[in-house]
Design a protein around this ligand. Structure first.
Ligand code: MN
Length: 440
């Protein structure tokens, strides 16, 4: 059961003034973890925590003499670590204890301010590496709206396979080409079957797309099935994931074994992992229509229904070479919420391990394209343009069917303290950004 504690108190303010801005992503109630170094050359990557427009260097904090230094050193173990895998392996009690110590040390009036001021850098002065060494990457398919929209395009006669409402569908992806926000990659080249042709063509993908997904970082691993009731305890936190997809390569290659080269040329994640503790106030009821199959017992628990969903607002936008040249901001594409997911994060963890499969600290799941129920909530271009039949016009007058060279896709996400959560402090995920270069 999720519990709130003093770290969630909406009235908490930080002595880092920028953290107190009402519309900021990184107030003291968030405290997401990432890996960074200063842009000036030669430094090693190390673990940091975002606070306002700063990053708190935990390797430096661990060397300070105060109580917070000892607490950080104890939680991290290896304070020079360049990935979060060690902290992830230590489990939820350690994560929560570290969060509490950081919250207390960063609060207005904290004694630690004197020691910690020297451990802060401006986020504009840092660069990120992947937050963890990702051993394995699994991509799910948890939005029934995306599965139905895509299914209609690929298999008009049977859009939703009969297993969809029983199994959290997924496939094993590759971790070696996952990059961090800001990456630029070349348009993939491969085999496609042009419309009406009987032999494939070879060349750059003409139907390059994004997929707006939530990334799920596994914390502690397992030896044997993870029961649904404790599945969330194995999750370190969430980030944003762009599962770039070449739809023309995908359509030709995906049967009978599923996605392969259409997906593994690039996947981009946001640098900060927002912890399950930080997300606790934004959990919400999960629902399943009464006339749909109900979850089998190994995917069912009272907390699945009471708090299985996460109300995370997801917003995709696009910059083009033209809008960049004109110094225009990214142009909005779509907006939805992760709460519409047909399967919960915990169900994905329980299902993945029910056969004995081992998860390791730092493993990454993708939620699958997080499309919502209406047409404007699509998490991928292929849904927005109805398979390519309906190009759309950007606010600067350009049109798009699929992505063009020079395009930059930007995802942002946040949790709002509005409606039934009035008064809860807003937290954000930062951004996940990637740019397409011409094919090699
Ligand atoms: Mn995907």
């Amino acid at each position: 059961m999720t519990t709130l504690d003093e770290t969630h108190d909406p009235s908490l303010q930080s002595w880092v003034q920028s953290a107190n801005a009402a519309d900021g992503d990184f107030p003291i109630q968030n405290l997401p973890f990432g890996v960074f170094r200063r842009k000036r050359g030669g430094e090693a990557f190390r673990i940091g925590v975002a606070i306002g427009d700063r990053v708190l260097d935990l390797a430096a904090v661990a060397k300070t003499r105060g109580a917070i230094g000892a607490a950080v050193a104890a939680a991290l173990g290896d304070v020079e670590a360049s990935t979060l895998n060690g902290l992830m392996a230590r489990g939820p009690a350690t994560w929560s204890a570290l969060r509490l110590e950081l919250s207390r040390a960063l609060r207005s009036g904290a004694d630690a301010q004197g020691d910690l001021t020297a451990c802060l850098y401006e986020q504009s002065d840092i660069e990120h590496a992947l937050p963890a060494r990702i051993g394995d990457y699994t991509d799910f398919y948890a939005s029934v709206y995306h599965a139905t929209n895509i299914g209609k395009l690929f298999r008009p006669d049977a859009p939703l396979m009969p297993n969809y409402k029983w199994i959290p569908i997924g496939y094993h992806g590759r971790s070696s080409t996952i990059g961090v926000s800001g990456e630029r990659f070349h348009r993939p080249v491969g085999q496609t079957l042009p419309p009406g042709a009987s032999v494939p063509a070879f060349g750059p993908s003409k139907r390059l797309d994004y997929e707006f997904e939530v990334g799920i970082f596994i914390g502690t691993g397992n030896d044997g099935p993870i029961p649904i009731a404790s599945a969330d305890e194995h999750v370190f936190g969430l980030c944003l994931l762009n599962d770039w997809s070449a739809r023309d390569i995908q359509a030709w290659e995906y049967q009978p074994l599923g996605p392969f080269l259409a997906k593994n040329f690039a996947s981009t994640i946001s640098p900060w992992i927002v912890t399950m503790d930080a997300l606790a106030p934004f959990r919400t009821a999960w629902t399943r229509p009464a006339d749909d199959p109900q979850p089998l017992p190994y995917l069912d628990a009272p907390t699945v229904w009471s708090e299985g969903a996460f109300d995370v607002q997801l917003e995709a936008s696009l910059s083009t070479s033209k809008s960049d040249a004109a110094n225009q901001p990214a142009m909005p594409l779509t907006r939805t919420s992760f709460r519409h997911s047909y399967w919960t994060v915990g169900q994905m963890v329980a299902h993945h391990t029910v056969n004995g499969c081992r998860l390791m600290p730092g493993d990454l799941f993708g939620s699958g394209t997080a499309s919502g129920p209406t047409a404007t909530e699509a998490g991928a271009l292929i849904e927005l343009v109805e398979g390519g039949k309906k190009p759309f016009t950007l606010i600067n007058g350009e049109t798009r069917t699929f992505l063009e060279d020079g395009d930059t896709v930007v995802f942002r996400a946040w949790c709002e303290g509005t409606g039934t959560r009035a008064g809860v402090r807003r937290i954000g995920f930062g951004e996940c950004r990637g740019t397409i270069l011409p094919a090699r």
